[in-house]
Design a protein around this ligand. Sequence first.
Ligand SMILES: Nc1ncnc2c1ncn2[C@@H]1O[C@H](COP(=O)(O)OP(=O)(O)OP(=O)(O)O)[C@@H](O)[C@H]1O
Ligand SMILES: [Mg+2]
Length: 252
Amino acid sequence: MSARVVAVANQKGGVGKTTTAVNLAACLAEAGERCLLVDLDPQANATSGLGRRANGHSTVDLLDGIPLRDLVTPGPVANLELVPAKAELAAATVQLSALEGGERYLADALGDGAVDAYGFVFLDCPPSFGPLTVNALAAADRVIVPVQAEYYALEGLSQLLGSIDLVKRRLNPRLGVAGILLTMVDARTRLADEVERELRTHFGDLVFTQTVPRSVRLAEAPSHGLPAIAYDRRSAGAEAYWKVAMELVERT
Ligand SMILES: Nc1ncnc2c1ncn2[C@@H]1O[C@H](COP(=O)(O)OP(=O)(O)OP(=O)(O)O)[C@@H](O)[C@H]1O
Ligand SMILES: [Mg+2]
């Protein structure tokens, strides 16, 4: 069976995309799935969060047509591999948008059996609906949309789902929304409750049953170059992402 390719996308910054991509990949790796994380953000947070740096090869080369197998590096836990990003990816983005068919470069790089050895491939997107995110959505089977539990959470969300649908119709009919994931939930606050209720009223089953609490351990783990499950497996954040990972398996 070929890999399930899952993009983690939202044009809003700081909503938990990278934390979600890193931790879901690590949980599924722990569950025995061979996982690949492709860092598509010039900020390279997923790369540094796994304790790696792009020495030489990076996602820039992947988009340039270098074979995936020449670019993967092992992550800090078993079964988890990474294609690192570096700042030069920002310049590559400009080129992508100028090239005919530039939205399909990643799909081509991950096609032709290149990811058959993996159970899951996660694509960590930058905080914009630009060429890198479009490339990710053109290459993905599913997209997870993390949403931060805050007052403005729902703003722009319907628009984002509309844009995802447009990519599906124009570029990638396989694409489906795996789910909207509520992140950074401050338990027992009225605001978090209200945001969750509103999200479920508007989007129903599209919202993951499991939510992710605000957890200091989740925020600390990247500075140790580790996913939460390796940094503190008993933390509330690690346990929540484990349950999200199991739910994702059911939803894909
Ligand atoms: N559940 C959580 N509890 C506490 N802190 C969190 C949680 N999720 C994410 N964070 C922290 O919030 C910040 C933003 O998270 P993250 O980097 O995952 O978001 P992002 O959507 O990838 O951001 P960007 O749009 O810049 O790529 C980071 O410092 C991260 O460690
Ligand atoms: Mg990020």
